[in-house]
Write a protein of this length. Structure first.
Length: 534
């Protein structure tokens, strides 16, 4: 738990005060607000809306005297003739942050206040960013070793199902979940809530100039609940699974309007990541250039600079573009061979997350019928390659939808094995595993001179002849030896240590007294060498 996430500062400016010529006055205000560093501070402004309140331009400039950020605001509904606008801010540093509002609506312009950012509480490590080119860490330096899952439509489900999903996540090893903003037309949803105001009974009868605040308030609550649990929310802005509502074919100006609104609402949550699209190349109404434009818009409108990616089907997006912080890929074949997975790192020089490698399940479609063994294998292969992998489930259920579409409970065999995998990953090098001697088919990852992990997959050898690349070694280094059964979730520490010295060639090192690690001739095994330090 991260302590209190949000502190709200309320400034109410009524129509009567404006009529009296007191537009600069404050009818009510809290004392100086406090919020944790990387928490969420919310300024609430109220006033009588005129015209379309979603057309009002609103922002606030926050400064601590060293850093200045302009934070966008948004309209969040009206009650009894009074409109509510909000400005959400996540302070990147401790100390006093003074703010002043800017708006083309006079009643909202020139408001001001102070928020004091205090030290973060337990569990609040700050937002996740990219470190050392290929890995992730929280703002306080705590490594973030991605172990993600996908449940596209869980936020669109009835409250009981949403609670079930959160409880499932709480008991799972997953620290990130990919989720759609727009509903998936093929998944049952809460039809009473939609992202835009309806203009008629038809599925595509929308007023694209007016959002439905209740829809986004539910999304807010879901993201906030994940944040309190320490789970990252990978928010997917566009997707192709529509054909019913028309959200996949909105005009460019509506796309931009929607992006600005969602970014203003969600970017202050420290656990938010942005995914521009799922399977962007199947969204027929948009081109790669359209998504590039929208990606740059997200970057420009997000003062909190959350992580950004875009997910593919068959056509790879150019993840080298500056707004892309990490590659989010669909590729099941890359994670049956670590030597193939590592190539994506070499091309883009960014973290690589194989968010979709097919799913554990029993449906007829080829993308949803991995065995638990195959699902777990993908994570180990990805780890040795210095990349990250994602999970989901697609078990057929005639009475309900599966985890991938609607959340709920997990039924597969992979989740407990992935908890075991996570423990091995987190006990590894900081900030993450690197491929070692990747051009020579060694299938070894870790950190040269410190940790070596050899994964054997479906092979079942009776031993491993240890030949370690010379990088990081001078001779005489001592290593403990662990034999890991990745499926049965056991770690056996072998007696003694392995002392490395130069082998038959200058390129590899071994222990001449102990050249082979014995293995039990069964699949899904791994060996870990960890250096002993005096």
């Amino acid at each position: 738990m991260a302590g209190k996430l949000t502190r709200r500062e309320v400034i109410a400016v009524g129509a009567g005060a404006v009529a009296a010529g007191l537009a600069g006055s404050v009818a009510a205000r809290d004392a100086v607000a406090t919020v944790e560093r990387w928490g969420l501070h919310e300024v609430e402004l109220t006033g009588e809306p005129t015209g379309n309140p979603f057309d009002v331009n609103l922002s606030a400039v926050f400064t601590d005297g060293r850093t200045t950020l302009e934070v966008p605001g948004f309209f969040d509904g009206a009650n009894d003739g009074q409109g509510t606008w909000r400005i959400r801010f996540s302070p990147p540093g401790t100390g006093a942050w003074r703010w002043t509002s800017r708006s083309d609506l006079p009643v909202l312009n020139g408001r001001s206040g102070v928020v004091e950012a205090v030290a973060p509480g337990a569990g609040n490590h700050g937002p996740v960013g990219v470190v050392e080119t290929f890995h992730f860490a929280h703002a306080d330096g705590t490594p973030f070793r991605q172990l993600g899952t996908t449940s596209y439509g869980w936020t669109h489900q009835p409250e009981a199902r949403r609670r079930e999903t959160l409880e499932t996540l709480k008991a799972s090893p997953f620290n990130k979940i990919r989720m759609l903003v727009f509903p998936n037309a093929s998944v049952k949803t809460n039809d009473d809530l939609a992202p835009f105001v309806r203009t008629g009974p038809g599925d595509k009868d929308w007023d694209f100039t007016r959002f439905n605040p209740a829809f986004f308030q539910r999304l807010d609550a879901c993201v906030a609940a994940l944040c309190e649990m320490g789970v990252e929310a990978d928010v997917i802005l566009f997707h192709p699974y529509d054909g019913r509502f028309g959200f996949d074919e909105m005009p460019a100006d509506v796309d931009a309007r929607y992006v600005r609104y969602v970014v203003a609402r969600l970017s202050p949550y420290r656990n938010v990541w942005w995914s521009l699209a799922n399977e962007f190349d199947v969204v027929k109404a948009k081109t790669a250039d359209d998504f590039d434009r929208l990606g740059r818009l997200v970057q420009a409108r997000d003062p909190h600079d959350r992580l950004r990616s875009i997910h593919n089907w068959r056509a790879l997006f150019d993840n080298g573009r500056p707004w892309v912080t990490h590659a989010s890929l669909q590729n099941g074949s890359a994670v049956i061979d670590d030597a193939r997975a590592v190539l994506y790192r070499d091309v883009w020089k960014k973290p690589v997350v194989f968010d979709e490698v097919r799913y554990e399940g029993d449906i007829a479609e080829r993308w949803g019928n991995l065995t638990g063994l195959e699902m777990v294998r993908a994570f180990w292969e990805g780890l040795v390659a210095g990349t990250y992998v994602g999970h989901s489930e697609t078990f057929d259920n005639p009475d309900d939808d599966y985890w991938l579409g609607a959340g709920g409970s997990l039924r597969g065999q992979s989740a407990p094995r992935l908890a075991f995998f996570k423990a091995v990953m987190e006990a590894g090098p900081t900030p993450g595993f690197e491929p070692i001697d990747k051009w020579w088919e060694r299938h070894v990852g870790g950190k040269a001179g410190q940790v070596y992990l050899r994964y054997f997959g479906e092979a079942a050898p009776d031993g491993w002849t240890v030949d370690i690349p010379r990088d990081g070694l001078t001779g005489g280094e001592r290593f403990t030896v662990d034999v890991i059964d990745t499926w049965n979730m056991t770690v056996e520490r072998l007696p003694g240590v392995m002392t490395l010295s130069q082998g038959a060639t200058k390129y590899t090192w071994h222990d001449p007294e102990r050249p082979v690690v014995a293995l039990p001739s069964r699949p899904w095994m791994a060996v870990r060498l960890a250096r002993e330090h005096a």
